[in-house]
Write a protein that binds this ligand. Structure first.
Ligand code: ADP
Ligand code: MG
Length: 708
């Protein structure tokens, strides 16, 4: 058997139609033309497309592919594909393999079944997928099938974005344009043609036994347990985190990683998470849109490979009540296309000032648009996590760490006089101290933390696509960089000198910090004191999804997305609409599942147990013994069962109520359905603690959380 490391070496990127393969296989001129399209966005020639398609097809067939699909990310938050065969009859009894440039470049799925949030009327449900040559094509391998997947964007015929990818690409463009202005001012733009955003998402998930998974209708339909009393040994012992990975899990992980390596997803880290049964997988960072595609592949791969190992991977934000939920830490930064991380404090203080400018621009963006950051991670599932004492709170604040906070304080107070040396300004050690690379220490309670050379947006939900949060992040920072660049350009005038730039930058930074430092908080985000303090500081407190969705329709947000060409009003409205609908659907399905489980599983079990106690009481009394205790316990139990019946009826009724608008419906769900679900769960969980094991109709938390 080959050593695992050799296997990785052999398969890494093997299923990706990479640049290397294109360079090897495409005629030189065609390759060059395609690279111009990929790197500079030049229009794609039809002839070039034909040659690329033919080459791609040959490569795919050699690797066993029989079908191709345009792979896209509609607003469901999932990925979509429709497979077409690469094979056609050749007219003389055999087959030929065919794949034209046209098929590569454009597809027309039946768009009517995808949510558009009102962007298209169903009768003209026309949308098309367009090849995104900046994301490489890849192969997906099933048990007995291989499919060529072509990453595409999904647009309506009128040009509106029907997916999550187009706005992400637009937001990257917007940020690049504004960031370049800052580099230009600082004279650090030599050879830089773009500023990219980079993302490394850390994915948390749970693994449960697949057979047990299928015994729980709530897990099967909602991916979370709607009932379940906490086991005596939960995570109190905290012995799972970073503990030894169980061998069955390790086997699954290695297998999943190998599949991801084949797809060129640079998986790097794996470990146990805080809760029993919880794990994490993290890749190396990549440019945002590739990271986003890879994240989707990672979620799909975890699910698919888990099945093969008799496991089910739960990506839901809160599969178990009373046990830690799962998030997706979205590590984010900006870099020049020459490879300089703009959020990495450099040793030279000259670039340090530039670093502080970028840093403060992000702080300003987060303060001004905390509502948007909150809204882009809102979902019924994430509501269980945010604000509970285990995940970042629903209040958006920034953690900077002592070192940086101290530096910003110095900037705000005014710096020591600078020294002049031989006519040039020395922006040396006195104007800004040198920064250690990883000054950001760990504060797991912060929703948005600076961790040395990047920001970590921790409030993102584990099951959500990272495309939208990153679109928002890029757009708000683009706006902030635009503002900062504008102010600096005004202040330094036509002749940029180091002295004028330093003075202008320090003046501006001072002002910005005064205005926006209220969003910085290094303390414990879980404490009630912080909530009181945040209120005093006037930070937006959008406690749940329903409140957050409303923020999306604020005038300032329409203007923002429009100004930077990221989303039109109609496109933003469609996203808001879909988010609200998804919220309604998710909770409604959960409520209905609860009612059905309560009626068909829990009540019968409770009645069986009730008869058991009743028989015992009757038997004892028949023997002439006055058993007060048993009678009391029977009465108590009957009371619980009656509460269960009432709670079931009540939930059934509230969930059936309708409202005249989706927003009203969502509000009604939050105000009535969710509390009714809480009551039903409370009784059922109480019952579980009394009913005999042999009657309890589903695997318990203990069975699910501790993998055998
Ligand atoms: P930590 O220990 O702070 O979590 P790591 O270096 O392990 O830090 O990184 C965690 C995640 O952050 C990884 O996915 C990594 O690729 C990503 N990351 C590191 N640097 C950057 C960057 N410049 N931009 C985006 N993501 C980054
Ligand atoms: Mg981390």
């Amino acid at each position: 058997m080959t050593a695992p490391i050799d296997r990785i070496d052999q398969v890494y990127g093997k299923d990706v139609f990479s640049r290397r393969i294109m360079r090897q296989r495409l005629p030189k001129e065609i390759y060059k033309s395609l690279v111009r399209t990929i790197d500079n966005g030049e229009a794609l020639d039809a002839q070039v497309a034909d040659v690329v398609a033919a080459t791609m097809k040959d490569w795919a067939i050699e690797n066993g592919a029989t079908h191709f699909t345009h792979w896209f990310q509609p607003l469901t938050g999932l990925t979509a594909e429709k497979h077409d065969s690469l094979v056609s009859p050749d007219g003389s009894g055999g087959v030929i393999f065919n794949f034209s440039g046209e098929e590569l470049v454009q597809g027309e799925p039946d768009a009517s079944s995808f949510p558009s949030g009102g962007l298209r009327a169903t009768f003209e449900a026309r949308g098309y997928t367009a090849w995104d040559p900046t994301s490489p094509a890849f192969l997906v391998r099933g048990d007995n099938n291989v499919t060529l997947c072509i990453p595409t964007a999904f647009v309506s015929w009128t040009g509106e974005a029907l997916d999550t990818k187009i706005p992400l690409l637009r937001s990257m463009e917007a940020l690049s344009k504004q960031a370049l202005r800052i580099l230009k001012l600082f004279g650090t733009d030599a050879g830089v043609s773009r500023v990219i955003t980079t993302v490394g998402p850390e994915q948390e998930y749970f693994l449960v036994d697949r057979e047990l998974f299928f015994e729980r209708p709530d897990l099967v339909t909602c991916e979370r347990t709607l009932f379940g009393a906490r086991p005596p040994k939960g995570q109190q012992l905290e012995d799972h985190y970073f503990g030894t990975i169980p061998s069955r899990v390790l086997k699954f992980m290695s297998d999943a990683e190998l599949e991801l390596y084949r797809l060129g997803v640079p998986v790097k880290t794996r470990h146990n998470e805080v809760a029993p049964g919880q794990y994490e997988i993290a890749p190396l960072f990549e440019v945002s849109h590739i990271a986003s595609d890879h994240q989707m592949l990672m979620m799909e791969t975890l699910k698919r490979v888990a099945q093969r190992h008799g496991l089910a991977a739960l990506l839901h934000e809160k599969p178990f009540a009373g046990v830690n939920g799962s998030g997706k830490h979205n590590n984010w930064s900006m870099a020049s296309d020459t490879g300089v991380n703009l959020l990495d404090p450099q040793d030279e203080t000259h670039t340090n000032l530039q670093f502080v400018v970028f840093l403060v621009a992000v702080i300003r963006a987060v303060d001004l648009h905390a509502d948007l950051l909150r809204a882009c991670i809102a979902s019924a599932a994430n509501d269980h996590r945010l604000g509970a004492n285990e995940a970042p709170p629903a209040i958006i604040s920034i953690f900077l760490g002592d070192m940086l906070s101290d530096i910003l304080e110095q900037v705000e107070k005014g710096l020591p006089k600078r020294t002049l040396k031989g006519g040039v300004i020395d922006l040396g050690a006195r104007s800004l101290p040198q920064l250690p690379r990883h000054s950001g220490d760990r504060n797991r309670t912060s929703p948005f933390a600076f961790t040395g050379n990047k920001f970590e947006f921790r409030a993102v939900g584990s099951s959500q696509s990272i495309a939208w949060p990153n679109t928002v992040l890029n757009t708000i920072v683009a706006e902030s960089l635009d503002f900062v660049a504008g102010e600096l350009e005004k202040a330094v005038g036509d002749k940029v000198t180091a002295a004028r730039l330093e003075a202008a930058a320090l003046g501006l930074l001072k002002k910005l910090l005064k205005e926006h430092k209220k969003v910085i908080f290094d303390g414990d985000n879980y404490t009630p004191e912080w909530h009181a303090e945040a209120k005093k500081r006037g930070l937006p407190m959008l406690q749940d999804s329903v409140a957050s969705f409303q923020a999306l329709s604020a005038r300032k947000n329409y203007d923002l997305f429009k100004k930077y060409g990221v989303l039109t009003k109609a496109e933003l409205d469609s996203r808001t609409h879909i988010a609200i609908e998804k919220y309604i659907k998710q909770v409604t399905i959960e409520a209905e599942t609860m009612v059905s489980m309560a009626r068909t599983m829990i009540l019968p079990a409770a009645l069986a147990h009730q008869s058991l106690i009743a028989e015992a009481v009757a038997g004892t009394e028949a023997a002439g013994i006055d058993d007060v205790d048993s009678r009391t316990s029977l009465t108590g139990f009957v009371g619980l069962v009656s509460r269960l019946r009432k709670a079931t009826v009540a939930l059934d009724k509230t969930v059936a109520a309708h409202a005249d608008s989706p927003m009203k419906h969502a509000q009604q769900i939050k105000a009535r359905v969710i509390p009714a679900m809480g009551e039903l769960r409370a009784v059922a969980d109480e019952l579980q603690l009394h009913v005999a094991d042999e009657f309890w109709p589903m695997p318990t938390y203990r069975d699910l959380l501790f993998l055998k």
